[in-house]
Design a protein around this ligand. Structure first.
Ligand code: FAD
Length: 396
């Protein structure tokens, strides 16, 4: 019988892993992909929905080509538990899937315990994170549209590490861009749980000063510890309170629940440590973890681009292992994160990461990356092409 691989989560990491497992094994491995959502909704570009230049439908893609063209078995369900001893995944609907190798790319979940006010009934209906693209993205856009001119939008950023280091700052640009066009008397207050802008800092701050001077009030080292949803107030560890008409609180994150429940989050009970040659968990044999859920190597962002690279290294390693070969010993990964600073102008950051056998981790190659010197429309074209390419590489 053909070896069986089960993949949990058809986001950027999981769908790409499933696709490459089928292609690189020439169909010699049975791949089952478990995902509760009917379609793929991209977080990259979702900040443009808040800015008003894209609709959620522009970022929503189907899964059918994975089944039709690649012979992947799609199971629309949620993985409820993993029995690593018996090598079985238990599904929410009650079924079970046996595996030889299991791949998890379940993304992140939110640590609401660190913001107790958000656990009160109804609080999460009005105070949105919109940090998983979908219904919340659209709802937050509606809140922005409903806000009267002169109101304030308060965004809270968690301390790093979190999903997509430049994402909150791109979002600030998108909201400010919308205000500059539609609500020029409004303000955007950015409460950053970090000491400074986490990614492309100098560039973002220069762009805010040049383009959105009177619109963005950036406050570093504001570590949110609570939220009062009724009065729409964010409270810092020092007791400072900031009130807004619309709140957008991005809570701290961990590996998604299924990974934590399976005992794979062995780094501070938050992230899953892996062997970077195979992305096999350091906790359980035959289980590989990808994407945002892992404890990343130094200077490695939690990004879609990275999840895609993890997926390829992992898929190649599993195909090699199942065929009795040793996996590649010198993997190399790249990353590019584009950020839209208006509806058209874009900046980027890139990096290259090489495996260091002595340190058993991936190290950012000095001098191999960089950031834009300025925002441009040409980079906007590149960013659109990046999205189309990675969607094709993941889903088609
Ligand atoms: P995901 O893509 O989130 O996929 C996880 C999947 O697992 C989901 O489909 C989920 O439904 C499923 N799942 C979870 N639990 C279970 C379970 N128990 N059973 C079955 N399925 C399950 N990255 C970039 O590279 N470039 C960008 O420009 C960029 N912009 C971003 C902007 C925003 C606003 C945000 C929030 C993120 C952005 N990112 C960007 C980051 C990127 O979205 C993530 O890094 C990427 O999605 C990680 O891939 P993943 O596979 O780990 O998780």
């Amino acid at each position: 019988a053909r070896p069986k691989v089960v993949v949990i989560g058809a986001g950027y990491g999981g769908a790409a892993a499933a696709r490459y497992l089928r292609m690189w094994s020439n169909g010699g491995v049975d791949v089952t992909l478990v995902e509760p959502n009917a379609s793929f909704v991209s977080c990259p570009l979702s900040n443009l929905v808040l800015g008003g230049s894209k609709q959620l439908g522009d970022l929503t893609l189907g899964y059918d080509a994975l089944a039709r063209r690649h012979g992947i078995r799609l199971v629309r369900d949620r993985a409820r538990a993993i029995d690593a001893g018996k090598r079985i995944v238990r599904l929410a609907s009650g079924g079970e899937l046996a595996y030889d190798r299991l791949v998890l790319s379940p993304g992140v979940d939110f640590l609401f315990d660190s913001l107790p006010g958000l656990k009160l009934p109804g609080a999460q209906d009005t105070v949105l994170h919109a940090w998983k693209a979908g219904a919340q993205t659209v709802a937050l856009r509606r809140q922005l549209e409903a806000m009267e001119d002169g109101g304030s939008f308060v965004m809270s950023i968690p301390p790093a590490p979190y999903r997509c280091p430049p994402g909150p700052y791109e979002r600030a640009c998108q909201v400010a861009h919308y205000f500059s066009r539609a609500k020029p008397k409004s303000k955007l207050v950015v409460l950053d749980g970090n000491e400074d802008v986490v990614s492309k800092g100098a560039l973002f701050k220069r762009i805010w000063a040049e383009r959105y001077k009177d619109l963005i009030d950036y406050r570093p080292s504001f570590r949110a510890v609570d939220v009062d949803a009724k009065t729409r107030t964010v409270i810092s560890e020092l007791g400072d309170e900031v009130q807004g008409k619309v709140l957008n609180v991005i809570p701290p994150q961990s590996a998604a629940a299924i990974a934590v429940q399976a005992g794979l989050a062995n780094s501070n009970e938050r992230w899953c440590e892996v062997d970077f040659l195979t992305f096999e968990s350091t906790q359980e044999k035959n289980i590989h973890v990808l994407g945002d859920a892992i404890q990343t190597a130094p200077l490695m962002p939690k990004s879609a681009h990275m999840a895609n690279q993890h997926a390829k290294i992992c898929a190649a390693a599993i195909v090699d292992i199942l065929a009795g070969r040793a996996p590649e010993s010198k993997p190399m990964l790249t990353n590019t994160c584009y950020s839209y600073v208006s509806d058209k102008d874009v900046i980027h950051v890139t990096s290259v990461h090489a495996y260091d056998a002595g340190r058993k981790t991936l190290i950012a190659v000095p001098g191999a990356g960089g950031v834009s010197s300025a925002a441009s429309e040409l980079e906007g074209v590149y960013a659109g092409v990046w999205a189309r390419n990675i969607w094709a590489d993941t889903l088609l």
